[in-house]
Design a protein around this ligand. Sequence first.
Ligand code: HEM
Length: 497
Amino acid sequence: MAASFLAPLNQTNPSLIAASIAIISATIFYFWAVKRSNKKLAPLPPGPLGLPILGYIPFLNGAPIHRKFAELSAKYGPIFKIWVGSQLYVVVSSPALAKQVLRDNESVFSSRELPLVGRICTYGGLDLACLPMGPDWNSMRKVLVREALSSPGLDGCYELRRREVVKALNEVEVGKPVGVFELAHKVVGNATLGMLWGGGGGGGVVGGDYGETREVGQRIMELMAKPNVSDLFPMLARFDLQGIGREAAELAERFDRIVSAMIRKRLDGGGEKKGGEIDKVDLLQVLLERRGSSGAGSPLTSMAHFKAMLQDVAVGGNENIASTIEWAMSELLKSDRAMKSVQQELDEIVGPDSLVEDHHLKDLKYLDAVIKETCRLYLALMNRTASRACTVGGYTVPQGSKVFVNSWAIHRDPHSSSFRYVPFGSGRRICAGVSLAERLLKYVLGSLLHRFEWRLADGEEGGVDLSDDFTLFIKKKRPLVAVPASRLPAGLELLAY
Ligand code: HEM
């Protein structure tokens, strides 16, 4: 007998059960598939049309890139896309979307692709900034950030950076106009190199051969900032149409010669001791000892990884710190009130009879606020790469896109959020040198303002020009030139050194 259509409910009918299961499963599958396909269908972010092949390249001229991105964001919203050659750029400009990229989807956006110059100059991409997140990155970061550049690590090599700062400032000619960026770059660069390999036995004498290392580092940064056809169209990279790859290889070789000599001297039992050398343990010594005790499989046992890590310290932040100091000085020269407040604080905390020392830094609250405000106003972009497709702000960010977080725009966003201040980035890939950068910013700027009275050089009567440009960071379009006058009793600086 055919099964009754109206079979009593309490009667178990196997074919009905099977049919019900099939229908329910199909329904569940249908909704899952719709949801999944909807996910797939999340659109790409909006953005301007570009030209075939070139994409938006021809329209990127004119305003510096952080401003151009902010303009496009005003038109297309807090997330937009542009094609730059064959590369898709996605730019986010709000704290909420920065959080989605840097925190909520950290595993997707945890790597970054450096330009070709960056890879050539870091032993093929073996430094912390280039390495993908994984065991090698992890153990290198641990050694550098948690040990060498930790608070006790930085305390341990204070004498070495102090000596370089005092020496470089002793060389400033009172009454003579000086380019503030160049001066800051020299002071910061020498301080960094002093603590890196200027300790006893390193062959590092006061102000040693740091000039060449600084010059190589500066040129690497300039080259990295140059638009390179090889980055925009990787299939053309082997032709190196602008010769950028060749110059980068020469710079990489020069850096390698310097770093290899430093390591060799140290492994051979130290260099000749010269006048002014301080017998202190420097970072090279700390890192070499760490290398010696690291087990097989550690990236530190690879000399290329080791040198790439030293390069991160030697070159990593000098330009950025020097530029931030130049911006801070520009803002202070524009505001008598702020300049007086900083100097008053320095006089109260440090006094006219001593030099700024590391132990003063924690009490220099106004100076700290000046630096934080400068970082808010003048630190710009960071970029990560999408390791797989991901949804951000309701839009699909395809795998391989370069995602830029426009901190310059975010820092000006009046809507408060936990991601409104990210000058050093965020998450596990936050700047590895943040603690060093913060100390050097405060120590060098504090010393410049404590030791000298500054006025604009002649010819700058129009006042301080705050227009900006972008290289790898926001840079002053017109370099600040200022004239120092002494604020301290004569001879104090020499005694202190
Ligand atoms: C004012 C000074 C500096 C600024 C504004 C700055 C800014 C940044 C930013 C925004 C990032 C990317 C963070 C992210 O993706 O979330 C970064 C990464 C990095 N910075 Fe700095 N930095 C400065 C100084 C330094 C110094 C002094 C060093 C050297 C020790 C350094 C070494 C690095 C390294 C190695 C990375 C890559 C870290 C990783 O991917 O694990 N930086 N920095």
